[in-house]
Design a protein around this ligand. Structure first.
Ligand code: UDP
Length: 403
């Protein structure tokens, strides 16, 4: 059992907690099952790790199930992911068959749980076929798309849509991701847990220990991007931006990421990043274990500037994580980053390595402005992207679907 909701009272206020308890009372005992494809790595796992215990604390009977599959399955689902984010590629009919077969095996394992649930929330494309396998369902099924499907490669979306149309509702992080679907679509942005190891306050000794562990120079500025090694996170573009800044400021760069069990492309991308870094001792490419939450927290806090230069982004929890730590964030002008980075207020939106370099230089030259933006950034997260708002929107949606 995780933390109790009351632990957040000091951060969000009493009224917010009371309202959540009232909503929870109305849904007491409802069986809610979340299904995704990895227990660690990536934003969905990050969210489910706190959401499920807090739904339980609110009185719901909440579960988190993870589908398992072969390497072939995750290659196909990564291709679906890439296609949905606009990368043109062909998925063979054998690939689509593997996708369905692996889901069928998972379905048999979860059948009673899924058929009896009051609400099933299927996260992302990997487990999407589960609904069509369910012949005798009792509850409402929601497809929660976390990725940037604003400009999908048409054939990929067309094929996936066959698995989505039967759901009772879909949830997206941005209205730009909404699609023509025969059911209601809802807009719910993700959020962070401010008390988790990833986001809680850290004392100076811990920060210094992390700084020393990675050989970071305390006298020179630090730019940090935390991300899976994924083409859409554009780590190579970050290195290009760093090189442009480096001509005038002796900046250091951390690119830190780990793998996710449902992402088979990470290793190849990591090799490309290492090649682009070309042994520069001020580019710290860190491959972190999946439980390195406090280390990531410390790196974000040690940063002078946090960057998330994605070229497609469903939301980008790392942006909110950086903002919460009082850092202006330089983010790619795409997808969910646009809802977090308010130009000139909480950070800067950029489109190119040159643009990113320009904004990094600007922020490093204006320490006072950087601090002011950082304070605004934290308040912006308190208002919009903490878990209490996220829970309220989920509970309200369950209430609406079940009444
Ligand atoms: N993350 C992590 N370890 C890593 C890389 C990322 O714990 O090595 C976390 C990161 O702090 C964030 C989440 O994984 O909480 C990534 O979520 P985001 O929405 O930014 O991207 P996604 O990976 O889901 O595309």
């Amino acid at each position: 059992m995780g933390r109790k909701l009351e632990a957040y009272e000091g951060i969000v206020g009493t009224a917010v907690i009371r309202q959540l308890r009232q909503l929870g009372d109305k849904l007491a005992g409802k069986r809610v099952v979340h299904v995704n494809s990895t227990r660690e790595g990536g934003g969905v796992a990050e969210i489910l790790a706190w959401m499920v215990p807090l739904m339980e604390d609110l009185g719901l009977d909440a579960r988190w199930e993870v589908i398992t599959g072969s390497g072939d399955f995750f290659s196909v689902t990564k291709s679906i992911h890439n296609g949905l984010q606009g990368f043109p590629l062909t998925i063979s009919s054998a690939g689509w068959q593997t996708y369905q077969d692996v889901n069928a095996v998972n379905f048999e394992r979860m059948r009673p749980l899924l058929e009896d649930a009051d609400v099933v929330i299927i996260h992302d494309p990997q487990p999407a076929p589960l609904l069509n396998l369910c012949s005798d369902r009792k509850g409402k099924w929601i497809w929660r798309g976390h990725i940037d499907i604003s400009h999908p490669f048409r054939p990929t979306w067309k094929a996936l849509k066959n698995f989505i149309v039967g759901y009772d509702a879909s949830i997206f992080s941005m209205c730009q991701f909404a699609k023509t679907l025969p059911h209601q679509q809802f807009l719910i942005a993700p959020s962070i847990d401010p008390l988790s190891d990833k986001n809680c306050d850290l004392d100076i000794h811990e920060l210094e220990e992390v700084r020393a562990r990675f050989g970071l120079d305390p006298t020179r500025p630090l730019v940090v991007q935390i991300s899976r090694f994924d083409r859409f996170k554009d780590p190579i573009g970050v290195i290009e931006a760093y090189r442009l800044v480096r001509r005038v400021i002796p900046v250091q760069l951390v690119l830190a990421g780990g793998g996710a069990t449902d992402d088979p492309e990470g290793k190849a991308m990591l090799n490309d990043v290492l090649e682009a870094a070309a042994g520069d001792p001020d580019i710290h490419v860190l491959l972190l274990p999946p439980d390195a939450h406090r280390t990531i927290n410390a790196l974000q806090r040690l940063a002078d500037v946090v960057i998330q230069k994605s070229t497609r982004e469903g939301f980008g929890l790392t942006v909110t994580e950086g903002l919460w730590k009082g850092k202006p964030v330089i983010g790619g002008d795409v997808g969910g980053i646009r809802s977090q980075v308010v130009n000139y207020h909480t950070g800067f939106l950029v489109n190119t390595p040159e643009g990113a370099a320009h904004r990094i230089r600007f922020l490093l030259h204006h320490a006072e402005l950087r601090n002011n933006m950082g304070m605004k950034a934290q308040e912006y997260v308190r208002e919009h992207f903490l878990l209490t708002r996220h829970l309220r929107e989920y509970l309200t949606l369950f209430h609406q679907l079940l009444s």
